[in-house]
Design a protein around this ligand. Structure first.
Ligand SMILES: [Zn+2]
Length: 233
């Protein structure tokens, strides 16, 4: 995006957040900080920021984050949940298919073992495909599959909140989903920043700070949980 391309976007910002005039020097800074992004993405990001009810015009960093967010287009929790319901329902079918496993390589008898000699057997190379078919993560939207595959929520947790309508557990998993998506967006923001730029160093430092704070807040979150459950008991 060039400085000229930013002028109409800045005018939009000015019209929306009229209480926060953008000085001329800031125009150049915005244009410099967002130079590598297409103008239409910047315009869309500013519109999304306004639509989200932000009370102040976005900083260049916030625009970058919105751009990454729009590009990622992650499913909402409701959509992720709907996909998980279907995935959960498919578990019996996948189990049955796994029980009748036929080696796609024709190397084992479906027992995932290849006889080397009379005494020894080695795992068949089809094992990874077997596990993949059994887990069925390919049946989920890519990000939801990644969320489960990375272990942010276990199969039994998913079953528990779906089957028992355990809203407390669902709120926890939803929180982890939100954090997971935030981290994916952050890493996309970082990856999109020009190599070796000052902005990239700043963003990397900021993310390092965030993850340190997250690690520190972990025990507090656990304490809160035990307090809550202590009160309930
Ligand atoms: Zn095999």
């Amino acid at each position: 995006m060039t400085c000229d391309e930013f002028i109409p976007i800045a005018a939009e910002m000015q019209a929306h957040w009229w209480a926060f005039p953008i000085p001329a020097s800031a125009l150049d800074q915005y244009a410099a900080d967002l130079a590598d992004l297409p103008a239409e993405n910047v315009a869309a990001a500013v519109a999304a920021h306004a639509a989200a009810g932000a009370e102040r015009p976005p900083t260049a960093g916030q625009i970058r984050r919105r751009v990454a967010e729009l590009e990622l287009d992650a499913p909402s929790w409701d959509d992720a949940r709907t996909a998980l319901v279907a995935w959960r329902r498919g578990a019996d079918r996948r189990r049955a298919a796994a029980d009748a496993w036929e080696c796609p390589r024709g190397e084992c008898d479906g027992d995932l073992l290849v006889q080397v000699d009379e005494r020894t057997a080695r795992p068949c190379k089809c094992t990874a495909a077997y596990v993949r078919a059994l887990r069925g993560l390919d049946e989920l939207p890519a990000l939801v599959g990644e969320f489960i595959g990375d272990g942010h929520a276990t199969f039994s947790e998913i079953c528990k909140f779906l089957d028992e309508e355990n809203t407390t557990l669902e709120a926890q998993v939803r929180g982890r989903w939100r954090e997971f998506i935030d981290r994916v967006i952050s890493s996309r923001v970082l990856a999109a920043l020009p190599e070796g730029s000052a902005l990239r160093r700043l963003e990397a430092a900021r993310q390092e700070d965030d993850s340190r704070r997250e690690r520190h807040s972990e025990p507090r979150r656990l304490d809160m949980l035990s307090l809550v459950s202590g009160k309930a008991a």
